[in-house]
Design a protein around this ligand. Structure first.
Ligand code: DLL
Length: 432
């Protein structure tokens, strides 16, 4: 099913025209109402008159997370605060949170995007949505909440945590859709098993997972453990929250809601656009946002875009799975490593659970990587010989995929700390 066929399946030429008109309007808006952007544009010698089609976007300045922090909390707002009806913030790992403000119209566009996502997953007004993303400053909970109400579903606003109660209510209320991070979905799968409730007693059929990178192998694992179909949802608070992108039934990429959020892929070193299909850093420009529109916001997410029409009929551009954030990339003895690559290797071996923790240290001027990974209960053994053989298998696989030696430590099932939100999988102790 398609929520907004006019937009989601619009021919690309018409879409580009709309994008061009909206870009010009946004640029005029920020030029006159955000001193930060007026100054940046003046430095580049660009005025709103120079923006006449979507291709002119390359003339505009980039925006980074630092710019948001430097203008903390409301410096980038382009409307009087009397028009801001919602504030969200993303905590990040260091420094001040990045704050975003929404007008009533911004909330309506965001909700429209979520309705497109949920409809593409096959959900509708007869569904019960258990929303186990955190409610609060994080955009996951409230974002999904409004989207689900908009399609007429019955919303169970659980927020994250309180896992036992989640499972009881999932059972008693007959939740059909689960929204949470992929790591929390795995946590819940274990907890359901422990609770003695059989999957047959649950009505769950769809999982809507995002907010952190996850792999195809992780998808299969979650689908098996929960007996559902799992879909990706992408987003970031600076742009809106969940629902910037979504998968359709073909699951061959994440469609981006590019009539509201215009995507580009740039080479992070040169900041020049790369050709379609090539990997680089994802950059978004708001096309309709009033409260805090951003020009060319550098997400640090690494991916590629594909513009051919999808088998589902949607013309909206498709994005590859996020490989990781450029700041999650580890450089180990000169080799680039993403946690998602390690996850993929672990999950290709049936003996392991998708629970792992990577610790990086520098010993005698050499980078050293230790990977703790859980064996599945049926493969865990007290016999050292069996465990050593298993370890050897994983070390060899990691060596061939990453080209690096990794010190693997197989640990007992359920000993690595679980996450109810975004999982922390890497500890880098090097002072780089
Ligand atoms: O994570 C918004 C969200 C909530 C998305 C619920 C999906 C579901 P932030 O906390 O600002 O916002 O974090 C945004 O999370 O730049 C990506 O690095 C990562 N991310 C989000 N969704 C995905 C995904 C929310 N589906 C940052 N796959 C983004 C991979 C994702 N990474």
């Amino acid at each position: 099913m398609i929520w907004n066929e006019n937009i989601e399946c619009m021919d690309r030429e018409s879409l580009r025209k709309i994008q061009g008109i909206r870009l010009k309007k946004t640029v005029e808006h920020v030029y006159h109402n955000t001193p930060f952007y007026r100054k940046k544009m003046q430095e580049l010698g660009v005025t709103p008159d120079d923006i006449n089609s979507i291709d002119d976007i390359v003339k505009l300045p980039f925006t980074t997370k630092h710019d948001l922090r430097d203008n903390y909390p409301f410096g980038l707002c382009a409307v009087p605060m009397s028009q801001v009806v919602r504030i969200h913030a993303s905590s990040g790992t260091t420094g001040k949170p990045t704050v975003v403000g929404y007008t009533r119209k911004d909330l309506a566009s965001w909700t429209e995007c979520l309705a497109r996502c949920f409809t593409a997953y096959g959900a509708g007004n007869t569904d019960f949505f258990q929303i186990a993303y955190g409610y609060g400053l994080f955009t996951g909970g409230l974002g999904a909440h409004y989207g689900a109400e908009h399609i007429g579903a019955s919303v169970i606003p659980m927020s994250s945590g309180n896992t036992e109660k989640q499972i009881t209510l999932m059972h008693d209320f007959g939740a059909t859709v689960l929204c949470c991070t992929p790591s929390y979905a795995l946590f819940m799968a274990d907890a359901i098993k422990d609770s003695g409730i059989s999957l047959n007693d649950l009505k769950l059929k769809i999982g809507i997972f995002g907010a952190e990178p996850w792999t195809e192998s992780m998808r299969k694992d979650i689908e098996e453990k929960l007996g559902i179909k799992a879909y990706d949802i992408y987003g970031l608070s600076e742009i809106a929250g969940p629902g910037v992108g979504y998968e359709c039934e073909c699951q061959c990429g994440t469609h981006l809601n590019e009539d509201h959020y215009y995507p580009e892929i740039v080479d992070p070193a040169t900041l020049k656009q790369v050709a379609a299909g090539e990997q680089g850093e994802l950059v978004f420009t708001h096309l309709t946002k009033e409260g805090m529109p951003l020009l060319r916001y550098r997400t640090k997410d690494l991916t590629a875009l594909h513009y051919d029409t999808c088998t589902c009929g949607r013309t909206l551009v498709r994005m590859d799975r996020i490989l990781g954030r450029s700041d999650d990339m580890l450089i180990i003895r000169g080799v680039n490593v993403f946690p998602t690559q390690i996850e993929e290797v672990i999950l290709q071996l049936p003996e392991f659970e998708p629970h792992y923790l990577l610790t990086v240290d520098r010993v005698n001027n050499t980078d050293y990587m230790q990977l703790k990974v859980e064996a599945r209960p049926e493969f865990y053994s007290d016999e050292i010989k069996i465990m050593l053989a298993l370890r050897k298998k994983l070390v060899a696989r990691l060596q061939s995929v990453l080209g690096l030696g990794v010190d693997v430590k197989i640990v007992e099932p359920r000993t690595i700390e679980r996450s109810m939100g975004k999982a922390k999988r890497v500890i880098d102790n090097r002072k780089l």
